[in-house]
Design a protein around this ligand. Structure first.
Ligand SMILES: NC(=O)c1ccc[n+]([C@@H]2O[C@H](COP(=O)([O-])OP(=O)(O)OC[C@H]3O[C@@H](n4cnc5c(N)ncnc54)[C@H](O)[C@@H]3O)[C@@H](O)[C@H]2O)c1
Length: 316
């Protein structure tokens, strides 16, 4: 059985769904917190529950005994750990949430994987670990120049913690550095979602760094391919970028949204926010070599798929 943590979350939902569609047994866990709409999270869980081979537990990662029950009950062979406190900006105002979910929660996962002899732990890291790095594209062998947000620091800490468990206990761990993931059922705190909401309501959108930001927007189906490909491998310790390898300017993203929505955005041009970096760009040679990873969805097609879902889900 595979345990997917964060199954009520954006990426966890898609990963669990793909595995269920492939006929695998999946146990999902999530605290279903209100960092963003719990309705959206429960709707994702409801979709997953339509599959007989899906079991869901509403559990806090920090509740060790409750998490241990999951490992005791089912024979968990593989863990895809996607539960975390996400978001760069929120980590400036709510640092404790990151300490709890991303450090304490991550340690519990490592301990349970060790104690219950889990064969493979795949977990979410982030492009944020590249922090101060300027050299583009970002490669896994780059020296990390320093963290610029607590969020990035907790994700880097996860990689270091995973290394120690791989070294000490032979736990197979793969950390995936995701680059700005988007798509249907996406996260309401992220730019694409916020822009869409504001454009449709005729409200102003906040465009940071005066639009001079580049993000390697990566479509969810490509990410899911990369995550599930890791199940076929036992790497010992590995860290791998999963990105689209084609950074896009924020203004181009806005342009795509405007064309698809048939409305113009009212832009409020603002400086770069503390904790944010100007550009992200994934070097994916390693993902290609180790996982056969090949992103297939460009931003134009991906934006359309996101908006088709958005209009249908919110009936707009
Ligand atoms: N979406 C992206 O662009 C992106 C980029 C880089 C890294 N990541 C990482 O990928 C993972 C999944 O991200 P996502 O976009 O699906 O985020 P998400 O917020 O939609 O999902 C994370 C889920 O974790 C749950 N969670 C948080 N704290 C918990 C706790 N203490 N116990 C149990 N559950 C808890 C939340 O309720 C949420 O449903 C996260 O680790 C995130 O940091 C995401």
């Amino acid at each position: 059985m595979i345990l997917v943590t964060g199954a009520a979350g954006f990426i966890g939902y898609h990963v669990a769904r793909k595995l269920l569609e492939e006929g695998r047994e999946v146990t999902g866990s999530d605290i279903v917190n209100d960092y963003y709409s719990t309705r959206l999270k429960w709707d994702r869980v409801a979709e997953l529950k339509a599959h007989k081979a899906f079991v869901f537990h509403q559990v806090d990662l920090c509740d060790y005994p409750a998490m241990e029950e999951i490992f005791k009950q089912g024979s968990v062979r593989e863990v895809i750990h996607l539960a975390a406190q996400a978001g760069v900006r929120y980590s400036l105002t709510n640092p404790q949430a990151y300490q709890r979910s991303n450090l304490e929660g991550f340690l519990n996962i490592l301990e349970l994987c060790r104690r219950y002899k889990v064969d493979n732990l795949i977990y979410a890291s982030s492009s944020s670990v590249y922090g101060k790095n300027r050299k583009l594209p970002f490669g896994e062998n780059d020296v990390l120049e320093g963290q610029i947000s607590l969020y990035g620091a907790t994700k880097r800490a996860n990689e270091l913690m995973a290394h120690s468990y791989s070294h000490l206990y032979g736990l197979n761990t793969t950390g995936l550095r995701f680059f700005t993931v988007y798509g249907p059922w996406g996260r309401p705190d992220m730019a694409m979602f916020l822009f869409t909401e504001a454009i449709l309501k005729g409200e102003k959108i906040s465009v940071y760094n005066y639009g001079q930001m580049k993000r390697d927007f990566t479509y969810i189906d490509d990410i899911v391919e990369g995550v599930t490909a890791c199940l076929e491998h036992r790497f010992g310790y590995e860290v791998i970028n999963l990105g689209n390898n084609k950074p896009v300017e924020l203004l181009y993203l806005i342009d795509c949204l405007e064309k698809n929505l048939g409305r113009e955005a009212e832009k409020l041009m603002l400086p770069l926010q503390p904790g944010d970096c100007e550009s992200t760009y994934a070097d994916i040679k390693k993902a290609r070599r180790l996982l056969g990873f090949e992103p297939r969805t460009g931003i134009e097609k991906g934006v359309k798929k996101f908006l088709d879902w958005y209009k249908d889900y919110y009936r707009v």
